[in-house]
Design a protein around this ligand. Sequence first.
Ligand code: NAP
Length: 279
Amino acid sequence: MDQYAVFGNPVKHSRSPWIHAQFAAQTGAELEYGAREVELAQFEQQVLAFFANGGAGLNITVPFKERAHDLAQVLSDVARVAGAVNTLYQDARGQLVGDNTDGIGMLRDILQNGGVLRQRRLLVVGAGGAVRGVLPNLLAEQPAELLILNRTADRASALADRFRDLGSVRGGGYDLLTNASAAPAFDWIINGTSVGLSGGLPPLPTNVVSPATWGYDMVYGPGQTAFQQWCINNGAERALDGLGMLVEQAAEAFYLWRGVRPETAPVIAALRHALAAVD
Ligand code: NAP
């Protein structure tokens, strides 16, 4: 039976085994998908051992996406530009291939919800691995402008420098907006920070929201996240959470591994139902 897993630390709350079990059932695939908490010093060794023992594919999560990028022998364009890998497999020659499906996952979710990024003004909050992974896909949609804000300002400006060739990108600390006498509203505010995992909010001024703004929180939970509520309470048109992105990035990994594209809508609905039931 084909073996897959997600490697991370921590990883025990990962929904990936559940999602891939749904995809396997839906497509009639015989596979096993586990979650392995990997010691920080052991990552490279464990990845290589997994494939040496016949493993078919890995997802990589926090904090290993950049190390997976460095370990891969072949990189997809998106993974190379992002500098982060969330999906690993071997090609026909046995080379370790690294790809990143976070960005296509978020983009598919946005498009399926009727969102438009082209010629829109985007505010992206956070500059960690998740933001790095989605920037190539966001910029490929040719937004009018993309501003990255982060608590550690240098990380946001370094990311903006890295992606400057792909579009109009700026980056810095939150003071870029709070010091502006009239901070303009954005068409999209995408929260890629982990502050929401503890119910907190990124420190944004409310005038970045207009009645035309759409919010997107990469975090998800049983109900609306704190950031979704903040967007709506400040007059945004809509606010999406990251559950669709989670399922879509998994579906793209499944496709890369198995050449079969699972249907995501029933899995998103089932996961939302399951999350609400345990609340
Ligand atoms: P990460 O690499 O650890 O980056 C965390 C980011 O959050 C950094 O920009 C960090 O700022 C910022 N941050 C953390 N605590 C903060 C606080 N108290 N105030 C302001 N900023 C804070 O994590 P990641 O991999 O990018 O993941 C970010 C989030 O996206 C996580 O919540 C993760 O669960 C979610 N995610 C969701 C999906 C999905 O499929 N839905 C996929 C990937 C990630 P500093 O740089 O200043 O530390």
